[in-house]
Design a protein around this ligand. Sequence first.
Ligand code: ADP
Ligand code: MG
Ligand code: MG
Length: 889
Amino acid sequence: MKFVYDFTEGNKDLKDLLGGKGANLAEMTNLGLPVPPGFTITTEACKVYLDSGQEPAALRDEVSAHLSALEDRMGKKLGQADNPLLVSVRSGAKFSMPGMMDTVLNIGLSDKSVQGLAKQAGDERFAWDSYRRLIQMFGKTVLGVEGELFEDALEAAKTAKKVTVDTELEAADLKKLVAKFKKIVKTEAGRDFPQDPREQMDLAIKAVFDSWNGDRAKLYRRQERIPHDLGTAVNVCSMVFGNLGPDSGTGVAFTRDPASGHQGVYGDYLQNAQGEDVVAGIRNTVPLAELEQIDKRSYDQLMQIMETLENHYKDLCDIEFTIERGQLWMLQTRVGKRTAGAAFRIATQLVDQGLIDEAEALQRVTGAQLAQLMFPRFDESAKVEQVGRGIAASPGAAVGKAVFDSYTAVKWSRSGEKVILVRRETNPDDLDGMIAAEGILTSRGGKTSHAAVVARGMGKTCVCGAEELEVDTKRRRMTVPGGHVVEEGDVISIDGSSGKVYLGEVPVVPSPVVEYFEGRMHAGADDADELVEAVHRIMAFADRKRRLRVRANADNAEDALRARRFGAQGIGLCRTEHMFLGDRRELVERLILADTEAEREESLKELLPLQKKDFVELFEAMDGLPVTIRLLDPPLHEFLPDITELSVRVALAESRQEPHENELRLLQAVHRLHEQNPMLGLRGVRLGLVIPGLFTMQVRAIAEAAAERKAAKGDPRAEVMIPLVGTVQELEIVREEADRVIAEVEEATGTRLKLAIGTMIELPRAALTAGQIAEAAEFFSFGTNDLTQTVWGFSRDDVEASFFTAYLEKGIFGVSPFETIDRDGVGKLVRDAAKAGRETRPDLKLGVCGEHGGDPESVHFFHEVGLDYVSCSPFRIPVARLEAGRAAS
Ligand code: ADP
Ligand code: MG
Ligand code: MG
């Protein structure tokens, strides 16, 4: 196996092997762009190292061979005393993990070669600056020395010299600093800073491998659902220097605005600086546009390259570059992260530019992004007290109590508080706090700062670089212009779409995307919102592509109408139990308590017209579209008063010697119906079988409602769904009775109703015997909530709060199986049952209702296994439509 690839050997499609950075460095090299020469050690080598604790045997020789080739090409040897070749050792996994992995620059410098570098460059200050950076980075990331020790020493040097920025330190100061840094290394790491350049390089490579399993890297992977076994590649790249004086510098840029998608010049540039300086907020950067004044030639070349990259990758790219004495070098590119809104806009812009087609456009957006765009925003007409404005780094409207450190953010959010994490700037240590917070506010850094990049990745609201805010993390407060002080715990509101920061709680309003789906805002109008326009077009692409139909879970006409506006093609789940609550509770109580058949029939008779009316309204709202009605599902005790409360009432009445016959009867019934595990008790079809007349009444109400709609020239398409069936016999009995009732109603009204009768598949036994069950069912609707509970043996209400976090932390599952369908277990049952059912009855209609129907990943699964539709809550419908379209393209 080959473990090392020269940049000229790879390409952008080799991300698995070369990591994102390596693959794209190779791609740029082969595009003829100015990339400093180098090579990439593969993820395979990393995997061998992580598995066995040792680098593969062949690796050392391969690295040596590539290093010699690089040395020949550059005409100097690594760390050569009079003219050293310097390299960076850079991590780069398949997925970018901002700030997670460690990069060491200036490898090859030593006490000797620093002199050579000074002579070669004719700049002593530069050489010593590079050397101190090496010791600092190497000490921190390779030898594990606390980074703050170096930073404090650097601060001290500046203070001693009475200067504020590092560029004001001179060669002599830096020499002293190097000595100090070496001492720090010696005391903290218990060894000298290695003077042998090859040893430096090898140790750095190993450190990159090791950093794959650093805590922060692991946390980030869990968050982003990146598999833990991919490993990272390592890039060895010859150094170019942005710290060689004012005609040098380093910068980052996007080929278009990652917040709006607009084309233009977006980036930050910093003169006389190296590497991370731009994003670390060490000195204030200038907007990229100013580079045109500073160095027109490099600027023009950069613009040219950015265009080349966009046309080549057919997407927004972000880049890192360095200018060394007027010569431009490309150090990194990748398809850039973007806000949800920008993703939609960019996808349609690229279609218009002819760069991508509709199917590809669908791959450029996600249901999660659409969901994000449907979040409410701040009410612009509200009375607000704006106290600052930063960069709109990641959209959303976040309100919460200001906290100034990650620890407090986590602690407070655990106790149910909403918090905004306020920092001067964030670094990887803040990740926990960023996850816990509603939003993130920083006073330093641009669109490419750590806070901005990570927040966008997490879809979390972020305002960064709000410079007029004075953040004092030590004293846990921030001072806003005018002098007002925001203390820890004070409520603030931040708008990640405008960058505005407000004191207090600002009210929120619905998003324009929701207004659009609701039909209150239109695409195509002159003043149409750009975002709405893009969403409209993408939804049309998705609807054209998708095979899965999307239905709604809705229990009343109002929800049904909204679902229809959102694009629902029917109702997949109408829960009749919701119709038994409120005023009707008393009737239901009487039904449950009935001692005689006559009493029972009496209350059923009273319920019938009420149920019927519900269905008439529902069929009218969904005229022409299927409406699946689930017969009563939950255990009866849910309709009775709480046992403790009732006991108290009875006891009180007794002690006061007041009449309490009814309460007593009720209490007896509650006791009779009390179950240890109601979820596994008397519910669903079991109720229908033991309470005579209950399901009959419901079926009659459905049939009569359908007949009434027909008589009114409507087009009702009712489907009767029997819940919690475990065996075909249950279904057969209920079905026989239902068929009889429907025939009766048809006879009485003289209409053919064509009601379909089907079942939920939500018990493992039902799934396992799906072939038999299909004999008696015209459709299956997979109830994946209950199926997940019963397959895993989890009671949802109990487990989510108790041990799920532990399970997620331990990586037992990457995401709750109630959120995304467990493909291997629950999913297997769905797949097999669908197949068996269709073998019995080829035209069996298959759907899914329950939470998973609106979950992006699960929608893809349901598409794969050939279901006909998914059903989800009205608000998730656009997401399901989009994902169904993506799954099919
Ligand atoms: P990250 O993945 O954190 O961005 P990088 O490997 O890209 O880490 O490197 C960190 C910084 O060092 C970046 O700003 C990058 O541009 C810079 N850098 C990396 N390699 C070189 C090099 N060979 N010459 C100059 N600067 C470099
Ligand atoms: Mg980088
Ligand atoms: Mg169920």
